[in-house]
Design a protein around this ligand. Structure first.
Ligand SMILES: Cc1cc2nc3c(=O)[nH]c(=O)nc-3n(C[C@H](O)[C@H](O)[C@H](O)COP(=O)(O)OP(=O)(O)OC[C@H]3O[C@@H](n4cnc5c(N)ncnc54)[C@H](O)[C@@H]3O)c2cc1C
Length: 373
């Protein structure tokens, strides 16, 4: 049983990277003693925090959003400092610019990297020769890393325990209502049993589930968009095995180490999103994902990418990660990834948080530092 009568200091909904890190922060930096973390799955960081491209962003990906690029530059060194064991650095990272249909050319990309202070140099001829020169204008050597989400999950598990945080798995938050003395009453469902818990604060870190909570919860002001995405997992051929490759900036592709399974993710701007919709009360993104047929599009990805990078034909397809990706509608145009951080004035003590990408945790913690909790 969770503590009930006097109420919890905080209840965090969602055991992804954001929920875990925020719960630990509340205990370590804000002195909260009674915290519960509620997760509907059977363990930590199994949803978006696991099924992603594992890129620790360093700005290169965002030539159309200077703010996101710049914040990534600031956050990456902090992430490497705080989670050194979870960061993989021992691979060669290339960004290549396509000659046609690219929203940036090589000169613009180089200038942008200088503006954000990100290291960039022309790749040597052996690296260049991996690409089809009629389709690729330039290839650059850059500095970008990958993270191992299983190591982040192990860290979260250990730290939540050290902080004495009560973690409940296979438990779903159904609704939140205002209760006496400024408290919030949260209904939880675990199997067939339901329980109500009182708390002074709530941190809604449910990513695709942000607006699926009932009762007095008002929903986010910002509009959300959901996509069902497929990241293929491949074993690359020897020529690509110690590499990460991204072709910018348009309907192109990425191949990134996926340390959690010692494979590479393979994604394509055209084929990775299978379907998308704007958030609406009647559609539960997790349910839509469960009902969706997981037919891989890896053949189409390989066919297109082989035109640019012939060696991809030698890659071995292993599996696909399907997951809902949730982003802010307002960033459709520039592909930026700011955080969503909303306090709900009609439900005092309740916050909704969407990170956007893993290193944005520092932007969230900065916001929390500024809050009187
Ligand atoms: C395909 C894809 C590629 C990506 N690539 C990158 C990348 O390369 N680099 C990067 O930095 N970021 C990337 N991201 C974004 C990154 O994965 C997310 O920003 C981050 O993982 C979000 O963490 P989170 O804790 O908010 O979400 P999650 O890890 O999804 O955690 C939310 C948790 O809340 C739980 N939950 C939901 N509703 C309820 C409820 N009602 N009750 C109880 N529990 C609930 C869910 O089960 C889930 O475990 C990518 C995302 C996707 C989907």
């Amino acid at each position: 049983m969770l503590t009930n009568d006097s109420g919890l200091d905080a209840l965090v909904i969602g055991g992804g990277f954001y929920g875990c890190t925020i719960a630990i922060y509340l205990n370590r930096h804000r002195g909260m003693g009674s915290i519960a973390l509620i997760e509907q799955e059977a363990s930590l960081m199994t949803r978006a925090s696991y099924s992603n491209q594992a890129r620790v962003h360093n700005g290169y990906h965002y030539p159309r959003s200077f703010t996101t690029a710049y914040r990534s530059r600031i956050n990456l060194p902090h992430f490497v400092r705080d989670w050194p064991d979870a960061v993989k650095q021992d691979f060669t990272k290339l960004y290549a610019i396509a000659r046609r249909n690219s929203k940036v050319n090589a000169r613009q990309f180089e200038r942008f990297c200088h503006q954000i202070g990100a290291r960039i140099q022309l790749a040597d001829t052996s690296l260049h020769s991996l690409f089809e020169p009629r389709l690729i204008e330039s290839v650059f050597l850059v500095e970008e890393y990958a993270f191992d989400s299983t190591k982040l999950a192990a860290w979260g598990q250990g730290e939540l325990k050290n902080c004495g945080i009560d973690v409940r798995f296979q438990t779903k938050v159904i609704d939140i209502v205002k209760a006496r003395n400024g408290m919030l009453a949260v209904s939880l469902r675990h199997g067939n049993s339901e329980q109500t818990v009182l708390t002074r604060r709530i941190f809604n870190c449910t990513y695709s589930g942000l607006n699926r909570i009932g009762g007095d919860f008002p929903g986010t002001n910002a509009s959300l968009k959901h996509e069902i995405t497929e990241m293929a997992l491949i074993k690359p051929p020897p020529a690509l095995s110690k590499m990460g490759i991204t072709v910018m900036d348009g309907p192109f592709f990425s191949i990134m180490p996926f340390p959690a399974r010692d494979l590479h993710t393979f994604s394509h701007v055209r084929y990775t999103p299978h379907l998308s919709w704007e958030d609406q009360p009647s559609v539960d993104p997790y349910q839509r994902m469960d009902e969706y047929r997981h037919d891989t599009r890896v053949d189409r990805m390989v066919r297109d990418v082989a035109r640019y990078l012939p060696a991809i034909q030698e890659a071995k397809y292993v599996d696909s990660l399907f997951e809902v990706k949730t982003v802010l509608v307002k960033n459709e145009v520039d592909d930026g990834r700011p955080i969503l951080f909303e306090a709900h004035p009609n439900l005092p003590g309740c916050y909704s948080i969407l990170g956007g990408k893993i290193d944005n945790i520092y932007d969230v913690l900065e916001k929390l530092d500024a809050e009187t909790l």
